[in-house]
Design a protein. Structure first.
Length: 101
């Protein structure tokens, strides 16, 4: 069985036991989270499609860790004008394990 959920403006294909890194969510390690924006579920040949979400459907998950991704460097450069800017960014994420669909 698998499902497509929406969180943080993105969609994720999940199944029971899978680990997913999603946009940062409030909560501590070990807490349970419920994703109620379920777009699609399938079990064998049976499936449900939401318009846009499936009513009464939810996916439960447990927070494994809160973390930050790899550093991305942003460079701006304009020729012949001595203009250079350098900045960095690290995106925060929450890693969750799906426990129930």
């Amino acid at each position: 069985m698998f499902a497509v959920i929406q969180t943080g403006g993105k969609q994720y294909l999940v199944s029971k036991g899978s680990k997913v890194q999603v946009e940062k969510l409030a909560g501590e390690k070990g807490e349970k989270i419920v994703f109620d924006k379920v777009l699609f579920t399938a079990e064998g040949e049976k499936y449900k499609v939401g318009k846009p979400y499936i009513e009464g459907s939810a996916v439960e998950a447990t927070i494994i860790k809160q973390g930050r991704g790899k550093k991305i460097e942003i460079l701006k450069y304009k020729a012949k004008s001595k203009y250079r800017r350098k900045a960095g960014h690290r995106q925060s994420y929450t890693e969750v394990e799906i426990t129930k669909i």
